[in-house]
Design a protein around this ligand. Structure first.
Ligand code: KG4
Ligand code: ZN
Length: 348
């Protein structure tokens, strides 16, 4: 029987044990997730330190690092979960969005393993994965809810109407919030990835650098980080060229406020407009303490339930791919062995 014929007849199990693999950027991650909500193991091997001298992720270095780390990550995920490969019901893998060469390492590995074990291969969108991280930290979470997606590649406000139906209320018209944080960090002489360094430096500063409001006068839920980023870069360069002293901590603080406050504002506006009772966050910027504290305050005040994934499930990880992979598995969304990697995937 061919692989395809075999997986076509797969009986779907509610408590399926899924191995998830993620390799879209600089983290080689593997995780075992049971029933879509219970993380049995989560391994992340990062090549971040190799990229620091270059101020950003170097695709070639990332691909090589994935090739070296992927078997180690998977073996560790299986042993940490105290299972064997034969206990797996499916393999979920990120097929996009991300760096093509990096994604291909995970996709090729997942294909071979699924084929050799004769179990389904489930293709997962990295973006949906970020949003499904919330299912891991609140076992009772059910749609509908509003999600704030804030990562290095995406920024959006999404009405999650059911497990599969996403209504994109607004998104960034140019840079993603994480991208802007990383670029401003670089101008301030901070290391990659910039978000955590901006957060740390901001604690020593004040909100006293005047920055332009985002999309002034425009209604709706869209974002635009490019003007804000340019304003900060101009402020820094003008001061440096004039030999004027300025406080990097104040710049970091003021920029963080501007970049994050608008996420909170649009998230709250969506909750009010749609009347949903739950707000969730997905993506690396969700690890930001100022964002988390601001959301806690405002949700407490409004009586809205806030689902904040642990920081380790906000930044790239494979457990979130297992959570989303489980939803796709339930639908029988299986890939054949021609599955290819995609640099970009549609948000919805
Ligand atoms: O979700 P993610 O790990 O990768 C993408 O899918 O893009 O997000 C990475 C982004 C980077 O821009 C990084 O600077 C930002 O998340 N980030 C943070 C924090 N931790 C990571 N931004 C602000 N505060 C943080 N603590
Ligand atoms: Zn990500």
């Amino acid at each position: 029987m061919s692989y395809l014929d075999k997986i076509k007849n797969t009986a779907i199990k509610e408590d399926a044990v899924i191995l998830a693999i993620e390799s879209s950027c600089d983290e080689t991650a593997a995780s075992v997730v049971k029933g879509g909500r219970e993380v049995l193991s989560s391994v992340i091997i990062s090549s971040m330190t190799e990229h620091i001298p270059f101020g950003g992720v170097v695709p070639e270095i990332a691909s090589r690092a994935h090739t070296q780390a992927i078997s180690i990550a998977v073996e560790r995920a299986i042993s940490d979960a105290k299972i064997t490969l034969n206990d797996l019901d499916a393999i979920a893998v990120t097929y996009g969005a991300g760096l093509l060469g990096a994604l291909l390492v995970g996709v090729a590995y997942a294909k071979s393993l699924a084929f050799s074990l004769g179990i389904p291969l489930v293709p997962v969108s990295h973006i949906r994965g970020h949003l499904s991280a919330s299912y891991l930290c609140d076992k009772d979470l059910k749609p509908p809810f509003i999600s704030i997606l804030a990562s290095g590649g995406h920024t959006a406000i999404i009405a999650v109407e059911d497990y599969y139906k996403y209504n994109i209320l607004g998104q960034t018209l140019d840079d993603a919030v994480g991208e802007a944080l990383d670029k401003v960090a670089r101008v301030l002489g901070l290391k990659y990835p910039g978000g955590p360094h901006i957060e740390k430096l901001a604690k020593e500063g004040q909100n006293n650098v005047k920055l332009p409001p985002m999309l002034k006068g425009k209604k709706g839920y869209d974002f635009s980080y490019s003007g804000l980023k340019t304003a900060v870069i101009n402020y820094v360069h003008t001061n440096e060229m004039a030999g004027r002293e300025y406080s990097k901590a104040d710049v970091a603080h003021s920029f963080q406020c501007s970049a994050i406050d608008v996420l909170v504002k649009n998230g709250v506006k969506a909750i009010e407009e749609y009347g949903y009772k739950t707000l969730t966050v997905g993506g690396g910027v969700g690890a930001n303490g100022y964002l988390r504290d601001s959301l806690k305050k405002v949700c407490d005040k409004m009586g809205v339930k806030l689902v904040l994934p642990e920081k380790v499930y906000c930044t790239d990880n494979a457990a979130m791919i297992g959570a989303e992979g489980y939803l796709q598995y339930l639908k029988g969304n299986f890939a054949d062995l021609e599955l290819n990697a995609k640099a970009s995937v549609k948000l919805d």
